[in-house]
Design a protein around this ligand. Structure first.
Ligand SMILES: [Zn+2]
Length: 119
């Protein structure tokens, strides 16, 4: 709808190791190699490529299947509480609370990683 204006994730970004991370319904690029979440403004090939070439040039030879596996592993790690939803509704309610509590922890980890000096 608003193509061109709003930056949104494209499958092609995975070639630089980036998947989509949704934070308060805002899409952000997340590196599947170091779990770093970049800003929405960085959701463009030049920025993603820059991060990849600077931090992960050793993976330059890897094919898309490698990044796909990394992406799946990352998503599984994010969703590790979702198994509880198969239980009763009450348990499911508890699980969604637990999930809500888990979320900030993930962000906290990511934030700490971002604060590490890169050079
Ligand atoms: Zn990275």
């Amino acid at each position: 709808m608003s193509q061109g204006k709003k930056r949104s994730y494209k499958e092609a970004f995975l070639q630089w190791g980036f998947t989509k991370f949704v934070d308060k319904s805002v899409e952000k690029p997340q590196c599947v190699l170091c779990n770093k979440v970049l800003t929405t403004e960085s959701m463009k090939p030049s920025k993603l490529k820059e991060h990849f070439e600077r931090s992960h040039s050793q993976f330059a030879e890897k094919d898309i299947a490698f990044f796909k596996r990394k992406e799946d592993a990352l998503k599984n790690a994010r969703m590790d509480s979702s198994g509880y939803f198969f239980q009763s509704t009450e348990a499911g309610l508890e699980a969604s609370c637990a999930l809500a509590e888990t979320e900030p922890n993930i962000k906290e980890i990511v934030r700490k990683k971002q604060y590490q000096p890169s050079h």
